[in-house]
Design a protein around this ligand. Structure first.
Ligand code: AHR
Length: 502
């Protein structure tokens, strides 16, 4: 007998207005993300500034609202001054985090231009590894001050008359990690981040600041790191960062697909620590969450160990994603939507070539990985209000998790457009499941389309030559008297869009 799940919702039961920045991404100076990814001046498809037009189109289709830059681990030893001004004067450096040569032919101003072309905002990260308050406040002045000061006039002399007005700034990157150049203890970091943030705000009071949370829920110092650093940064910061990467290292697909349970626990813990600090400080402010690095990252680990040092733009972290990775990415996006009241930004790490939805060939074509699709669907159709759902799904246990629902859904309501989008996942690897959605207060609505992403082989992936995993339209649903029945194929990601017709 077909398994059955039930979901009830009400348009008045709103979790929050979704901040579209939860569909952000990330470009780090590493591997072929910048050089050979977004920027390849010798490519036949390069525009007058050296940006690959094919990549610009793929990014625009994703409607990426914000892109984090320039790192990542790289930022913790980065001298931002190396990447501005005449290109012939820019130094070649040993980039220590990824053990490569950084030519600095691309820098802050080029990235501002790229972001303009993709209609994205910029989330800048500052170096709190080898540098600190002074370099940070100078960078804010260079980027955001209109004119009449040393750094703002330097920007103007570089051809950028108008300030970039970057609004969002990360106070360093993963400063808890022993791989980080200039790793800090929680107290060291908390003090430095607070003082840097204060100085940056004195330059530009309109900026928003993200304080570094743990590099992942598996860190030995999690969640003590959050508790201690927030003692210092709570007043100055608007967001705390969360980072998490996933991988099916044991080739246990059910356990892998259940790992959104761990994500849920991670988010809830960070929320609680923030609220503890709020209470302790008698603060009126609620600390919001910026999940500014997340993705699947494990396929490329072995290949990366064999890479020679000090190459220029080598193929680092080039994971090739498969069907089950796309399902997990869909599950992560559903989880973010359920926490739309606290998660206000999130960045799929990364955007091009490096653990990315988009892949390019140097001098050649570009293509979409499996994970491109759930990310695009959520970004394009997932804007509006995130609705609460009351659901009952058959459950399963795995090696690491118990009571994992086989199906998971998030619902987005666009009141003005009179549209509802249901994102639904069936993580059962063998059985189709029928889900019954009760949408009783959506009178006059009809199903517009039901998109599904499914492949019988969980390990199937895409390449330049062949797109094996791509969305298709499905008719496996019925809609009668505001009751929607959907057959979710086993191991499938689904987008069901409804619109009011009468
Ligand atoms: O995204 C790849 C790396 O993962 C980033 O540089 C770092 O912040 C994280 O550990």
């Amino acid at each position: 007998m077909t398994k059955q799940a039930n979901v009830m919702l009400d348009k008045r039961a709103v979790i929050a207005n979704i901040d579209e920045r939860i569909y952000g991404s990330f470009i780090e100076h590493m591997g072929r993300a910048v050089y050979g990814g977004i920027y390849e001046p010798d490519h036949p498809e390069a525009d007058e500034q050296g940006f690959r037009k094919d990549v610009l189109e793929l990014v625009k289709d994703l409607q990426v609202p914000i892109i984090r830059y320039p790192g990542g681990n790289m930022v913790s030893a980065y001298n931002w001054e190396d990447g501005v001004g005449p290109k012939e004067d820019r130094p070649r450096r040993l980039e220590l985090a990824w053990q490569v040569i950084e030519t600095n032919q691309f820098g802050t101003n080029e990235f501002a231009d790229f972001a303009k072309k993709t209609n994205s905002d910029v989330m800048m990260a500052i170096n709190l590894g080898t540098r600190g308050i002074d370099a940070a406040r100078n960078l804010v002045e260079y980027c955001n001050h209109p004119s009449g000061s040393y750094w703002s006039d330097l920007r103007r002399s570089h051809g950028y008359e108008a300030p970039h007005k970057f609004k969002t700034w990360c106070l360093g990157n993963e400063m808890d990690g022993d791989w980080q150049i200039g790793q800090k203890t929680a107290v060291e970091y908390g003090r430095l981040a607070a003082e840097s943030g204060k100085a940056m705000r004195q330059v530009d009071p309109d900026i928003e600041l993200v304080t570094c949370g743990s590099s992942g829920s598996g860190m030995p110092t999690f969640p003590e790191w959050e508790a201690v650093t927030l003692e210092h940064t709570y007043d100055v910061a608007d967001y705390i960062s969360l980072h998490q990467y996933f991988g099916n290292r044991d080739n246990d697909s059910q356990n892998y697909l259940a790992s959104t349970m761990e994500l849920e626990h991670f988010i809830n813990t960070v929320r609680s620590v923030c609220d503890y600090l709020k209470a302790k400080k008698r603060s009126k402010k609620t600390m919001m969450l910026s999940f500014d690095e997340w993705n699947v990252w494990y396929h490329s680990n072995e290949a990366d160990e064999k890479l020679e040092r000090w190459q220029q733009a080598p193929p680092q972290l080039e994971d090739r994603y498969n069907m089950e990775d796309a399902l997990l990415v869909g599950g992560i996006l559903i989880t973010f939507l359920k926490h739309a009241d606290r998660i206000k930004m999130a960045c799929l790490a990364q955007l091009v070539n490096v653990i990315a939805p988009i892949v390019t060939e140097n001098g050649g074509g570009s293509w979409k990985q499996t994970i491109y699709y759930p990310y695009m669907h959520a970004s394009v159709f997932g804007r509006g209000k995130s609705l609460h759902t009351v659901s009952a799904s058959p459950k399963f246990d795995t090696k690491d998790f118990t009571d994992v629902p086989h199906t998971d859904s998030a619902v987005v309501y666009r009141e003005e457009e009179e549209e509802v989008t249901i994102f639904a996942l069936n993580r059962h690897t063998e059985e189709d499941i029928r889900v019954h959605y009760a949408l009783h207060d959506f009178e006059g609505y009809e199903v517009e389309e039901h998109i599904t992403l499914h492949h019988e082989d969980l390990k199937a992936g895409n390449s330049l030559a062949q797109e094996n995993v791509k969305p298709a339209l499905s008719q496996a649903h019925t809609w009668e008297e505001q009751e929607l029945q959907v057959e979710l194929k086993h191991a499938s990601w689904n987008v069901i869009r409804l619109k009011r017709r009468t």
